[in-house]
Every structure is written in structure tokens, then in C-alpha cells.
Design a protein. Structure first.
Length: 189
């Protein structure tokens, strides 16, 4: 994949590399047509940020576009406090810290750093139960940083022509299954 990677692709690529093609296919305008209830809840968690309602402080960056030349990734941050260097990514409800969550904030961290900001801390915030989860900076967690870099490399090198999904369980749960020609779902017609 030659083009820039959208940060929002990272989690889906971990689930199934083929799924990122459906983002390109459907785009944002058609979200309601295929998103599950949980996904819509997750999207709504970001609405205040996207609408710039989180804070009017000049020290708070909300929903701004970010880009990393090093990793060829682009997307948006959720909330970044310039004065104390705290980067926050809000989720509707966090029941487990998935690697995909961490890679998403690592991507934001690297892009912000390249853009000249100093990120001191990274935090995931679970909105429904108002819990915070502190995430190691990449420089303090070499193992996760290496996994992040390997993931980005895998996405850039990914070739859909040579891909087949062998895990039927993933296809069974996948919202893209009805449209996917790589599906291994047994009842696919
Ligand atoms: S249906 Fe299966 S192969 Fe297709 S995107 Fe979903 S998980 Fe991947």
C-alpha cells in the first residue's frame, strides 16, 4: 500500500487486513449503513471533539489533523493539552486495553512529535465509567514500539492480491462479510 495510512485503519488491519479496503469503498458518509451499534457509540464518543466542544482553551488541541512523514500516517488527534503535554484518546467504554488502542495513540504521539509538540503522557479515557488508563510512551515500552513499527511496515507492504483469510470465526463476526470476496464464512452464498 503506497498511500498514507489512516490512523483509524490500524485497529481494523489487526483484525483483518482486507477490511481496510472497505473503508476506502464506503467512506465516512455511508457509516450508518454498515456500522454496528458499538461502532456507532464509539464514533459518537468523538463527536464533541470533532465539533470542537471539548474546551475553548487555546492550550487544548481538539480533533486537529496530524501527519507523520516518518511513518506515512495521517489522521486526527482526540485531545492534546499543549501546556502539560497530555495526549488523550477517548473511547465510549474500555473493557480491555487492546494493542490497537495503543498503536492508535502511538501514531498520534509520533505525528505530534514530528509537528513539534512535546508529548509527556498518553492517556486512554473510558467515557461510560469515567476511567483513565495511562499508556507508556513508545520510548518507555520498546516491545510495543517495535510491534507498532512492524504493524506500520506490514500495512505499507500489504498486497490484497496475495491475501486470504483463513479464520472463519473472524469472517462470521465481520461487518464487511456480505460484501467481501475474501470471506471464508461457511454460509457465504
Ligand atoms: S469478511 Fe473475512 S476476509 Fe473479509 S474483511 Fe471480514 S474478516 Fe476479512
Amino acid at each position: 500500500m503506497e498511500e498514507n495510512i489512516l490512523i483509524s485503519y490500524l485497529n481494523d488491519f489487526i483484525f483483518c487486513p482486507a477490511s481496510i479496503y472497505f473503508h476506502n469503498l464506503y467512506g465516512d458518509l455511508e457509516k450508518k449503513l454498515y456500522q454496528t451499534t458499538d461502532q456507532i457509540k464509539g464514533s459518537n464518543a468523538h463527536k464533541n471533539v470533532d465539533n470542537r466542544k471539548y474546551s475553548s482553551s487555546k492550550n487544548i488541541l481538539q480533533g486537529i489533523d496530524i501527519y507523520s512523514e516518518e511513518f506515512k500516517i495521517q489522521g486526527k488527534i482526540d485531545v492534546f493539552n499543549i501546556s502539560n503535554g497530555v495526549l488523550i484518546e477517548r473511547k465510549n467504554k474500555i473493557t480491555e486495553i487492546y494493542d490497537g488502542y495503543i498503536f492508535q495513540v502511538y501514531a498520534q504521539y509520533y505525528a505530534l512529535t514530528e509537528m513539534g509538540y512535546k508529548v509527556n503522557r498518553i492517556r486512554l479515557h473510558s467515557m461510560e465509567d469515567n476511567k483513565n488508563y495511562e499508556i507508556d510512551l513508545p520510548k518507555n515500552n520498546e516491545k510495543m514500539d517495535i510491534k507498532f513499527r512492524n504493524l506500520i511496515r506490514s500495512i505499507h507492504e500489504f498486497d490484497i492480491e496475495n491475501f486470504s483469510q483463513n479464520n472463519i470465526k473472524k469472517c462470521e463476526k465481520c461487518i464487511y462479510e456480505p460484501s467481501c470476496d475474501r470471506s471464508k464464512y461457511a454460509n457465504k452464498t
